[in-house]
Design a protein around this ligand. Structure first.
Ligand code: PLP
Length: 414
């Protein structure tokens, strides 16, 4: 048994190194749902802080010797509020999915109805029956969609909301191409007595970088997010709000509700991530969007069927490709993986593909963090287009790895 343990330990360490090789040396990560952390944040994550208890409030912890941890917790929460221009930030949230559950608990009771974006415009499972909304006992009615801008049809939503009288309306999805109609949806929410939640799991980076309309300023009552996607921090969740009543409910949900002790190392890593955004956020967000728009145009010019709405392909750090011609989005992603590109499928409001998703999602948070800029877009698009068209994508992989090797330094980190 001891020998087995030694072998397993070596195996786990080798797998972690393999993972680093795949993501940091061989492949370009085109998946907007992931990123690479500031090495100083990464070091804090494994610094041992996280195995200490953290039960209770700063200044009034249950266990002793937690003064240092208390201060980290306060710094992280204050930075989160500052970066998102919010009065309150709840950092004791283990994931984006749980951020949504906390938001549902703060605004709804089991049995209530909510209206949420469906999967055809990137709506996330957490807002629906199979996710935490359903598990908490909410009934989700899908919002009517507007394919013209890959968002919600406001007029049809108003009618639906008057009929359904939801307690909560949600906006924000796993693919966001153009700003969502937050102000108009807030007016509908006010009319029917609902709260409005913006799920910024993906948009939080470009919101923090002031390159995307701020949902709280536009009227969302609360904004949930994941901290490891465009934000580039540790895996975790975050909720911000300007509403003191909701902040108080979220506080009780976080403690003593859903967490007792929580991961203080994650708070430290998040604080460093937020310092990155304070120092470099505007430049990082602007470049993510510029590279995304340029890559979409370059792929289209090479015959890749980029998904376009009446407003174009994208104004954000993400865009999509129609995947039917590749057998679906997951099928296209497996092909790209063999050529050294990491991506995944997504739902689009077009004909379904049997047994697969009908879209392929591409985003730029990690490309840009590694220093990819506008001058790199054409050679990158050459490789991606060749891989998608090829019957032998493995043949592309050595050239992808050779190009990938040029990007060995992280940008926009403090
Ligand atoms: N909300 C949206 C729109 C998402 O895309 C995701 C992605 O996973 C989540 C919530 C859940 O976030 P997490 O993975 O941090 O639980």
């Amino acid at each position: 048994a001891a020998a087995d343990s030694v072998a397993l330990l070596a195996r786990i360490e080798a797998l972690a190194e393999d993972n680093r090789r795949i993501h940091e040396r061989e492949c370009f990560n085109l998946n907007p749902a992931t990123n690479v952390m500031n090495p100083r944040a990464e070091a804090l994550l494994s610094s041992g802080i996280g195995s200490r208890p953290s039960l209770g409030y700063p200044g009034d912890k249950y266990e002793m010797g937690l003064e240092a941890i208390e201060e980290i917790e306060v710094i992280a929460a204050e930075l989160a509020a500052e970066v998102f221009s919010a009065r309150f930030a709840e950092i004791r949230v283990p994931s984006g999915a749980l951020a949504n559950l906390y938001a549902f608990m703060a605004t709804c009771k089991p049995g209530d109805t909510i209206i949420a974006p469906p999967a055809s415009v990137g709506g996330h499972v957490t807002h629906h029956a199979a996710g935490c909304a359903g598990l908490y006992g909410l009934r989700t009615v899908p919002a009517p969609v507007s394919p013209d801008d890959y968002s919600i049809d406001v007029a049809a939503l108003a009618d639906l909301a008057r009929r359904e009288r939801p307690r909560l309306i949600t906006l924000g999805a796993s693919l966001n191409l153009f700003p969502h109609p937050v102000r108009a949806v807030r007016a509908i929410a006010d009319e029917v007595g609902a709260h409005l939640m913006f799920d910024a799991a993906h948009q939080c980076g470009i919101i923090a970088g002031r390159a995307w309309a701020d949902p709280l300023a536009e009227g969302a009552h609360l904004m949930t997010m994941s901290t490891y996607k465009s934000l580039g921090g540790p895996a975790g969740g975050l909720i911000v709000t300007n509403d003191a009543g909701l902040a108080e409910r979220l506080d009780h949900i976080a403690f003593p509700g859903m967490t007792a002790n929580f991961d203080a190392a994650k708070s430290a890593a998040l604080a460093v991530t937020l310092l990155d955004w304070k120092a470099h956020g505007r430049a990082y967000a602007a470049r993510m969007i510029a590279v995304s728009k340029a890559l979409a145009a370059a792929l289209k010019a090479r015959g890749v069927p980029v998904y376009e709405t009446a407003r174009g392909a994208t104004d954000s750090h993400q865009f999509a490709v129609l995947a039917a011609g590749y057998g679906g989005g997951q099928s296209a992603s497996k092909k790209l993986r063999r050529a050294g590109f990491l991506a995944c499928g997504i739902g689009l409001p077009v004909a379904e593909v049997a047994g697969d998703l009908n879209g392929l999602r591409i985003g730029t948070p990690e490309l840009v963090r590694w220093g990819v800029d506008l001058g790199d877009v054409d050679p990158l698009a050459d490789l991606i287009a060749e891989a998608l068209a090829s019957n032998d994508p493995d043949a592309v992989a050595p050239r992808t790895a050779a190009m990938r090797g040029r990007f060995d330094r992280l940008h926009f980190v403090v």
